[in-house]
Ligand binder design. Structure first.
Ligand code: FAD
Length: 399
């Protein structure tokens, strides 16, 4: 039985909301407060770069909870930011001066879009993390601008695909040798690059943006070889930074997010962290990691609630990270912890855009990526979780 009477969750998005739901499912009967600095009810982010930008979905389709909030018996505090945490007094301080006492705390504050050091605050220059960002970009797209996307990670590549699907002229600029090179390596990234190019996106790799041009609004970006890419809309998609500045004076250990142990417990007692903000040691891969994908936020919320309610029975969170990304008609899915330095085996033809990539370390399968091959990926994820071998993975792929 839990000794906690009042649990506060900071961050009212996917991980925070799911933590509240799992608390109630675990029969926690005490008081729950959910605090979020956005004015909106919790909404889903993956469609922001896809259906929302393309105009295929509206705001109400993003709701993360359709049943309403009554049965959760949660006090929702929206549009308010937690500004500090007093660990000794077990109190949170909000930006309106309110003080929220708590017995247990879930940190689910995700992150903010990173910006370039020289990025101007100029009309037409955007980042994409929130619903408000997505609708601002969507209205700008309606003027049929030429689009420059800085960064060909998942979000940048999705923005490029969505803008191109609207019939716009799109250039993507990536500092590495290929899109997604950091996560999936240059070979698989190259397949994605060609898929974009076949659909009319101009992809410039190995180049950095050194300057933004325009006085009243964006007119172009200048690359490090002097090339000018004219644009009326520029989306900078270069990753995110975990939102932990509000915890800096709390004494909580921070290191690329909230530093947790194997069970997702933070360094302050009865505090856990979940989702994009949580850095934890994953024994399955024998490394500390922080994962910025949807499935991880949900799985961590379930696990961390167990850690919070029954710390003496807490187990390591040994998960196989998993992601998906939709670009044009291609569904990319990945599992595990692939690194560009892994031994890569690619099965299938890049030209028909149905392939599976296996990532091995000393014969052990540590990652897999699939283009339009969803069922196999699920089996491969299971095998990664069992510390299976690349040879066994080949049997799954060839079956
Ligand atoms: C455009 C986009 C597309 C994506 N597409 C995919 C996809 O296709 N597949 C996939 O697997 N993943 C995707 N993701 C990633 C996925 O959405 C995230 O992993 C997920 O949202 C993480 O949830 P979270 O609750 O941990 O963090 P977030 O969703 O970042 O939520 C954190 C919340 O906390 C709030 N907050 C921060 N600081 C404070 C504070 N001090 N006080 C109060 N509130 C605070 C934030 O404003 C935010 O509302 C995408 C993300 C984006 C942005």
């Amino acid at each position: 039985m839990s000794e906690l009477e009042r649990i506060t969750v900071v961050g009212a998005s996917l991980a925070g909301l799911r933590a509240v739901e799992f608390l109630r499912r675990a029969n926690f009967e005490g008081q729950i407060v959910l605090i979020g600095d956005e004015a909106h009810l919790p909404y889903d982010r993956p469609p922001l770069s896809k259906e929302i930008l393309r105009g295929a979905w509206e705001r109400d389709q993003l709701a993360l909870r359709r049943k309403g909030y009554d049965e959760l018996r949660v006090e929702l505090v929206l549009g308010r930011r937690a500004v500090s945490l007093s660990a000794g007094a077990r109190e949170l301080h909000l930006d309106d001066g309110r003080v929220i006492p708590f017995d247990g705390l879930v940190v689910a504050t995700g992150g903010c879009a990173r910006t370039l050091p020289h990025q101007p605050s100029l009309p037409g220059v955007f980042t994409l993390r929130t619903l408000d960002d997505a609708f601002a970009i969507r209205s700008a797209l309606a003027a049929k601008p030429r689009v420059a996307v800085v960064g060909a990670g998942f979000i940048g590549a999705e923005v490029a695909a969505s803008a191109r699907q609207l019939g716009l002229e799109v250039t993507v600029i990536e500092a590495l040798e290929a899109p997604l090179a950091q996560s999936l390596g240059p070979v698989v990234g190259g397949v994605l690059q060609r898929a974009h190019e076949r659909r009319g996106v101009r992809v410039v790799c190995g180049r950095k943006v050194t300057r933004f041009e325009g006085a009243e609004r964006i007119e172009g970006v200048i690359l490090d070889d002097g090339t000018r890419v004219p644009c009326e809309l520029c989306v900078v998609g270069i990753g995110m930074t975990p939102s932990v500045s509000w915890l800096e004076s709390s004494g909580m250990e921070l290191e690329d997010g909230v530093r947790c142990d194997e069970t997702l417990a933070a360094s302050i007692p009865r505090v856990v962290a979940v989702g994009d903000v949580a850095s934890w040691y994953n024994p399955l891969f024998e490394e500390r990691m922080r994962v910025e994908h949807w499935t991880n936020a949900v799985e961590q919320a379930r696990h961390a609630v167990g850690t919070l309610l029954a710390p003496h029975e807490a187990k390591p969170f040994e998960s196989v990270p998993m992601f998906w990304s939709d670009q044009f008609d291609i569904k990319i899915q990945g599992a595990g912890r692939p690194k560009p330095t892994d031994e890569l085996t690619v099965i299938g033809s890049p030209d028909d855009e149905r392939l599976i990539a296996l990532y091995g370390r000393a014969g052990r399968l540590v990652g897999a990526a699939a283009f339009n091959q969803a069922p196999k990926l699920i089996q491969l994820r299971r095998l990664i979780g069992m510390r299976g071998a690349v040879d066994e993975a080949m049997k799954i792929v060839e079956a």
